[in-house]
Design a protein around this ligand. Structure first.
Ligand SMILES: NC(=O)c1ccc[n+]([C@@H]2O[C@H](COP(=O)([O-])OP(=O)(O)OC[C@H]3O[C@@H](n4cnc5c(N)ncnc54)[C@H](OP(=O)(O)O)[C@@H]3O)[C@@H](O)[C@H]2O)c1
Length: 345
């Protein structure tokens, strides 16, 4: 009996706290004391060719909308043809920009990535910016058709392959930029966790923290890869942008039940998380800032964070494994990895 009373009282207390916090937040917004993060850079994307992956919803759509309204030539890349084409129509209508296109891309399938790059290169001979935004979170455990853990391939290995295949066209374009949309979750795991991770093994994902861990690993891998790109692609500006906590369909698999606990979490997310437009600002900033510093990590408040470089032998090892796993030719390997003969197993 006492146990039940304690549980009810705990829920009541957290509900009251949410209501009080929400009231304060709404008051702050009403009194204009809360200022959403907003990039105020001058438009530097007009006429530029930009690919945005995962642009049919959430932050990707907000980024594409901003680019379209500034007169960029935007390619929306995604795996759902219907929602992709709907997004293009919406952007045409909202911005009046006719230069918006959809191209099919499924990061969970290496063949689809090769086909996407072929189709893109048939349409364009330059690419000024690649926005690697698409990702999954809380995805059920499984392997892709390429026999790689699903979250790891979608959020990292597919992105690695796509970026590699587009390197030549980026290099020959003016002021080229690559942005990786990352997450604070990369700080919740260590490089040692990444080294120990076996991409070809089915992960056992049961608790919420298991999902956060695999997601964090995929984002940490992007950070190491970006360090490699900074060194190997001088002249191409590479950035990592954190959108903050944003209420988007990425949480479609989280807190789904109708239990009081899950309903309270969803309510909390709905009230306190940012909207997609605010989440898009750090990436928009990367695309428009006049003097970007390659390799910079911009946090959700658009502040550049200094970080210690990762051990270069680990970076080479990761790149070598990624070259092997994605089936790229050995000539794409960084030098030291060729010598040590990394086999990706
Ligand atoms: N929301 C947050 O709180 C938050 C926090 C930190 C970082 N981020 C990052 O922000 C980025 C955007 O996420 P979001 O919150 O805007 O989520 P979202 O609305 O779910 O957007 C993710 C996009 O990626 C696409 N995608 C997923 N798997 C794909 C695949 N295999 N091939 C091609 N496209 C695929 C999705 O398409 P489908 O609709 O077909 O699945 C969707 O369009 C992600 O990189 C995410 O990690 C988000």
């Amino acid at each position: 009996m006492w146990k039940m009373i304690t549980v009810v009282l705990t829920y009541l207390a957290s509900a009251l706290r949410i209501v009080a916090d929400a009231a304060i937040l709404l008051l702050k917004r009403r009194l204009k004391l809360y200022r959403p993060v907003q990039c105020c850079c001058q438009n530097r994307v007009r006429g530029k060719v930009v690919i945005v992956t995962g642009a049919s919803s959430g932050i990707g759509f907000a980024i594409a909308h901003d680019l379209a309204s500034k007169g960029a030539h935007v390619y929306l890349a995604g795996r759902n043809i219907k929602t992709g084409q709907d997004a293009v129509l919406k952007l045409h209508k909202k911005t009046g920009n006719p230069a918006i296109h959809f191209l099919y891309l499924d990061l969970q399938d290496f063949c689809s990535i090769h086909a996407f790059v072929k189709s893109f290169l048939k349409c364009e001979n330059q690419l000024n910016a690649l926005v690697n935004n698409a990702a999954v979170f809380h995805h059920p455990s499984g392997l892709t058709t390429d026999q790689i853990e699903i979250t790891y391939q979608t959020n990292y290995l597919g992105v690695f392959l796509l970026t590699n295949l587009l390197q030549s066209v980026l290099k020959q374009s003016s002021n080229p930029r690559i942005v990786f949309v990352t997450s604070e979750a990369h700080k919740l795991v260590s490089v040692q966790d990444l080294v120990a991770f076996k991409p070809r093994q089915l992960s056992s994902l049961t608790t919420f923290s298991d999902y956060v861990k695999i997601y964090g690993l995929s984002k940490l891998a992007l950070h190491l890869y970006s360090q490699h790109l900074v060194e190997s692609l001088p002249g191409v500006y590479v950035g990592l942008a954190d959108p903050g906590n944003v209420w988007t369909p990425i949480y479609r698999r989280s807190w789904r039940s109708w239990s009081l606990k899950h309903m309270l979490v969803r309510l909390q997310c709905y009230i306190f998380m940012r909207d997609a437009q605010e989440g898009a600002q750090s990436t928009i900033h990367f695309l428009n800032t006049p003097n970007p510093r390659s390799g910079q990590y911009i946090n959700s408040f658009m502040v550049g964070e200094e970080k210690q470089p990762y051990d270069s032998s680990l970076v080479k090892r990761l790149v070598a494994d990624s070259v092997f796993l994605t089936g790229l030719p050995r000539s794409s390997l960084p030098q030291a990895a060729v010598v040590t003969g990394v086999d990706g197993s």
